[in-house]
Design a protein around this ligand. Structure first.
Ligand SMILES: CC(=O)c1csc(NC(=O)C2C[NH2+]C2)n1
Length: 130
């Protein structure tokens, strides 16, 4: 109904704003677009569900996320994939793991500080009612 569509529209606006702010952070540049499988040919053999900021944005615009929890499941893939694909003790792997952990902490802090628990509960109620 109208009020429910207003809630879901507010959810999309909030999630787009989170992605926009993450995309402006230079530490997270490697996470802005899908990994180029021409440059990194074995990536899809290791990582089963690639994710990046541009894909999250497309998903938001396609109304794929009805709750913040659903969005977080995909957003967490970005840093989880980076930790999995970069396990070695070499400087490049360690640098991207450090950025992956910074992404994990940054997303959690934004959600903790800026998402009203009552708003997420309304989103979950709408989801369960459908
Ligand atoms: C986005 C992401 O996790 C990514 C892109 S390239 C990369 N890692 C490397 O290129 C090599 C350094 N050891 C593997 N990781």
């Amino acid at each position: 109904d109208k009020q429910e569509e207003d809630v879901l529209r507010e959810l999309r606006l909030f999630l787009r704003n989170v992605i926009e702010r993450l995309s402006l952070d230079r530490r997270f540049r490697a996470f802005t677009k899908p990994v180029d499988t021409e440059e990194v040919p074995d990536y899809l053999m290791v990582i089963k569900k690639p994710m990046d900021f541009s894909t999250l944005l497309t998903n938001i615009d396609e109304h794929k996320y009805h709750t913040v929890r659903e969005f977080m499941a995909d957003a967490d893939l970005i840093w989880q994939n980076a930790l999995e694909y970069n396990p070695d003790n070499d400087p490049i792997d360690r640098h991207i793991r450090h950025r992956a952990c910074a992404l994990k902490d940054t997303v959690r802090a934004i959600i903790r500080d800026e998402l009203d628990g009552d708003f997420e509960r309304v989103c979950e109620e709408i989801r369960e009612s459908r």
